[in-house]
Design a protein around this ligand. Structure first.
Ligand SMILES: *Cc1c(COP(=O)(O)O)cnc(C)c1O
Length: 367
């Protein structure tokens, strides 16, 4: 069994910070409704824990990607909560979706047809949202499909249409003109279809201003502390702290190599701490020789390549004997947030969060 004592690293998840971030987004988007995106196990932080805390804070609309994610959560959440499935009704999931009152976000005409066919079979209207493509070319009805639908709106018969939705490609770049182009396209599509509440914004979109908010916003990343807008101060509270244990500390001479391939060599006598986290824990190998960790206020350089279960840090800056076997170093914390680690690692904070290992001992605070 995984315990605080036998784990290599401790992951602390602050549910109060997630709820505070949700309130910040809710207030910004007001009077639009603020939902929460909890796909991929709430970006790796625990969908059930996060959703229960947010439901208690007043959130009533939750989005996951897959039907199976929604089926796991449904019994754990209050009955007045609505669960939406962003991948819509993948073939074979329709009956489950309907039986558990889940709301698929239909992404194509064929999904719409499958959903209305089931509605006819069951002899009742079934709830759904519809996603339309406004330029991302990922999910949602295409222009061609929309032309067919607007020519024959009876194809919507049997659907209790909750929201018309689309999704941004670049909303984290506030000044990217593509945001407004997507908004304009969304408004055109909206006019051509029967009047329906609308939803366009992910986290970053919420920060583009009230023109973009419509009736419901769908933040994920910002709830979990990820910076919503590139090049601007992050208004969100940090949610995650990752502390890993030192296994051993050694002193090496000038010229001695560290780790696989000896990609780093000590320029002078150095003290090296070997720490119990590696790429098998989602601590990406791309962090080799680039990431930093912290002990108190002191940044420590990761040296050498990241191994499967270990990393090596140059801890020469710390007074001798500061660290020993079992000492904790901070890999992610308030002063070294997920976005900083992502930048050092050449990725985005989303990938850091969703990769957080099941080998970490998890503790929740607040909620
Ligand atoms: C993941 C997702 C979101 C949330 O995006 P964030 O950038 O994490 O806020 C919203 N809408 C859709 C359709 C998504 O796939």
């Amino acid at each position: 069994m995984l315990t605080r004592e036998n784990a290599g690293a401790l992951l602390t998840i602050d549910l109060d910070a997630i709820c505070a971030n949700w309130r910040t987004l809710r207030d910004l988007a007001h009077p639009a409704i603020c939902s929460a995106v909890i796909k991929a196990d709430a970006y790796g932080l625990g969908a059930a824990q996060v959703a229960i805390a947010l439901a208690a804070a007043g959130c009533k609309h939750f989005f996951v990607a897959f039907t199976h994610e929604a089926l796991l959560l449904r019994p754990q959440l209050p009955p007045d909560v609505t669960l939406y499935v962003l991948h819509g009704c993948l073939p074979g999931t329709e009956e489950d979706l309907a039986a558990h009152k889940l709301v698929p976000v239909l992404v194509s005409l064929s999904q719409l047809d499958a959903w209305t066919a089931l509605a006819r079979k069951l002899g009742k209207r079934l709830p759904a949202a519809i996603q339309v493509d406004t330029g991302m070319s990922r999910l949602g009805l295409s222009s061609q499909e929309l032309a067919i639908l607007t020519a024959d709106p009876t194809r919507l018969d049997g659907v209790d249409l909750r929201y018309l939705m689309s999704h941004f490609a670049s909303s984290e770049q506030k000044n990217n003109p593509f945001n407004r182009q997507q908004l304009v396209r969304f408004l055109e599509i909206r006019k051509a279809l029967p009047s329906t509440p609308a939803s366009l914004c992910n986290s970053s979109g919420v920060f583009l201003g009230s023109d973009y908010h419509f009736d419901l916003v769908r933040p994920g990343a910002a709830l979990y502390g990820i910076a919503p807008s590139v090049g601007e101060p992050n208004p969100m509270k940090q949610v995650v702290r990752l502390q890993a244990k030192v296994i051993q500390v050694r002193t090496i001479d000038a010229g001695v190599g560290v780790g696989y391939g000896s990609t780093w060599r000590a320029p002078s006598t150095r003290r090296i701490a070997t720490v119990a986290v590696g790429y098998a824990d989602g601590y990406l190998r791309a962090a080799s020789n680039t990431a930093v960790a912290y002990v108190g206020d002191t940044p420590l350089q990761l040296v050498g390549t990241v191994s499967m279960d270990t990393i090596t840090l140059d801890v020469s800056k710390l007074p001798e004997n500061t660290l020993g076997s079992g000492s904790l170093v901070d890999l992610i914390n308030d002063r070294h947030p997920i976005d900083a680690l992502a930048q050092e690692t050449g990725t985005i904070a989303y990938e850091i969060l969703t990769g957080l290992s099941p080998r970490y001992f998890r503790q929740y605070v607040g909620g």
